[in-house]
Design a protein. Structure first.
Length: 162
């Protein structure tokens, strides 16, 4: 019989995987994971801001990368100092094709690190492992939703000719 901590680990990894790369039918539609979504985004789209008050897709990706790193450090107990969560939003800027490609690659690496970290049974011995893993999933899913909404709005405007 599977232990409760092993079951929690498996479930968290399935949710994380669905958020980033593979549909399991848990909560996303097929073809809508974070990495699948970003595969169709151009650098111009990544630089787009729906309004002056909205962040670009590139900023959401930068934030997701930072969040995964910070949460991993938090779970490990190695978080150093205060994190400037506003900096990414305040310094939102367009990206070139090369910068966009590098940013998506960096997100893939951040996801791979988070996944490897959460696959380690020793991680689950840490006090904040379960809460931290859920925070990674939920927070990243929120930003995936924001990216998908921004894309839908942008593509609708382009299709309407405005």
């Amino acid at each position: 019989m599977e232990r409760a901590d092993e079951r929690l680990q498996k479930e968290a990894l399935d949710f994380l995987e669905e958020t980033f790369e593979k549909h399991h039918g848990i909560y996303l539609d097929k073809g809508t994971t974070f990495l699948e979504t970003l595969d169709s985004v151009t650098d111009d789209e990544a630089s787009y801001r729906a309004t002056d008050k909205n962040a670009s897709i590139a900023a959401h990706v930068r934030h997701a990368i930072l969040y995964l790193r910070v949460l991993e450090d938090h779970i490990r107990g190695t978080l150093q100092g205060k994190v400037n969560w506003r900096e990414i939003w305040e310094n939102d800027r367009p990206v070139s094709p090369e910068q966009w490609k590098a940013l998506v690659a960096e997100l893939r690496q951040a996801y791979a690190r988070a996944r490897q970290f959460l696959e380690d049974p020793k991680t689950w011995e840490r006090e904040d492992a379960f809460g931290g893993s859920i925070a990674m999933i939920v927070h990243t899913a929120y930003h995936l939703g924001a990216v998908r909404q921004s894309l839908a709005l942008m593509r609708a405007r382009v299709g309407a000719g405005s």
